[in-house]
Ligand binder design. Structure first.
Ligand SMILES: Cc1ncc(COP(=O)(O)O)c(C=O)c1O
Length: 428
């Protein structure tokens, strides 16, 4: 296109250090929390920010969701909880599964809440908390109601609860939880089975708490992920543990309609690095697996599978947006670069190309990649690698309104770059 930025007058070049970056729209994150709060009320929303906020930058997302009314955070690893604490976040942070024993000291020091399902873990945790002289450590006992991943079997839950009660005051029974295996398939009979099993366990644990002289109303009961929050009123309970919906991505085709209000928070953007004319019959990329049927123009884009753009996206119909038009990726995606057939479009070096997100009237969503790649939107955004710098953008209530860039996403994988926090002129 004419008037495209040159390397020297394009502010994004300085921010990203390369002609490719991921914009993280914190306005969309806040909007999505609002959608979830309305859907789940009176249940609260705890946002799942593991895996660097599903690739969006855990700290920036955590601050945004808490400002937007989420009351807690969930992580997968102790290190992820520590990162939030280092950033000064003091909201409740729940680690979603048991951790290696040698991590318990760090976990207690960071005042994280723990998911437990083995009495041995409870004992170790109590010893660690006692040795540290910490405040009572909050534990959430997890029940495996049918997913066969983590959690105590329903028949063993009372043993784990008893171990927690025996460890008072070092430990405090803060929660009782389970996880649904097919929440994104609302009509699947297993949802009912799991929720019924869970309800029976909640009843038994409540009775045990009363017998032990505890106030059962302090127990936080939780079972819903994003799909549970959107589609299963019976799963909402005290709070929902919402991940993917916070990032504006549908948990699965079965709940697409319920997720329609969500706004994708990530835009994956690059600039054209080379444009060349090719003749009909020419092959492109490794293996020359795509041959052009007509003379055309090929644009090279500096993102590849080392950045999380899967190699096979080029051979499964993947497209990018150039000048608001869809153009096919041609040939296999290489490690650092991919090629696009831009046909007759007037494309120049430095033009913006959108791989995920909106450009003009067109939009490519993570769900679209997922369908082409036989995966889920989660894997798409979590897969965008640390070489791709995250840049913060904030849209207002109108998702199509001009964005103003405020700097790099704090806490993102690329946070060691010397461009941190620079105020950026907008629009992008
Ligand atoms: C235990 C648990 N709860 C909640 C979530 C969030 O799920 P979703 O991203 O589908 O909302 C996850 C994510 O994997 C999880 O493992």
């Amino acid at each position: 296109m004419s008037g495209h930025p040159t390397p020297t007058d394009d502010p994004m070049v300085d921010v990203a250090g390369r002609w490719a970056w991921a914009e993280v729209d914190l306005g969309a994150v806040a909007w999505n929390v609002d959608v979830l709060r309305r859907a789940a009320a009176p249940a609260e929303v705890w946002a799942v920010v593991k895996a660097d906020g599903y690739g969006h930058g855990a700290v920036a997302v955590a601050r945004t969701v808490l400002d937007a009314g989420a009351t807690g955070l969930c992580v997968a690893l102790v290190q992820e909880g520590e990162e939030l604490r280092r950033a000064g976040i003091d909201a409740p942070v729940l680690v979603l599964s048991e951790q290696p024993e040698h991590q318990l000291e760090r976990s207690v020091a960071a005042a994280l809440e723990h998911t437990v399902y083995r009495s041995e873990t409870v004992v170790r945790l109590a010893e660690t908390a006692t040795a540290a002289g910490s405040e009572p450590v909050g534990v959430h006992v997890k029940v495996d109601t049918g997913m066969q991943r983590v959690g105590a079997d329903p028949g063993e839950v009372l043993d784990v609860v008893d171990a927690v009660l025996a460890a008072r005051p070092s430990l405090r029974l803060a929660g009782l939880c389970t996880h649904l295996a097919v929440a994104d398939e609302p009509d699947h009979p297993m949802n009912r089975v799991q929720l019924d099993r869970f309800a029976a366990v909640v009843e038994r644990v409540t009775a045990r708490l009363v017998a032990a002289g505890e106030d059962p109303s302090t127990l936080r009961v939780h079972a819903a992920n994003s799909a549970g929050a959107l589609a299963h009123p019976g799963a909402r309970r005290s709070f929902v543990r919402a991940g993917i919906a916070v990032y504006g991505i549908s948990p699965g085709a079965g709940v697409d309609q319920l997720a329609a209000e969500l706004r994708p928070a990530m835009r994956l953007v690059a600039r054209v690095t080379l444009v060349k004319r090719v003749r009909a019959g020419t092959g492109v990329s490794y293996g020359l697996r795509h041959t052009f049927e007509r003379d055309t123009t090929v644009a090279t884009i500096p993102l590849g599978y080392a950045d999380g753009v899967p190699r096979r996206l080029g051979t499964t119909g993947g497209e990018v947006l150039v000048g608001g038009r869809r153009c096919p990726i041609v040939g296999v995606v290489t490690m650092d670069q991919l090629m696009v057939d831009v046909g007759g479009l007037p494309v120049g070096v430095g033009d913006e190309v959108v791989l995920l997100g909106r450009q003009g009237d067109e939009e490519i969503r993570a769900e679209e990649w997922a369908a082409r790649l036989d995966t889920i939107g989660y894997e798409v955004v979590c897969g965008i690698g640390p070489r791709v710098e995250r840049v913060v953008a904030r849209s207002g209530p109108d998702p199509l309104a001009t964005r103003s860039l405020r700097g790099r996403a704090e806490g993102s994988a690329a946070s060691t770059s010397d461009t941190a926090g620079r105020a950026m002129p907008g629009p992008a």
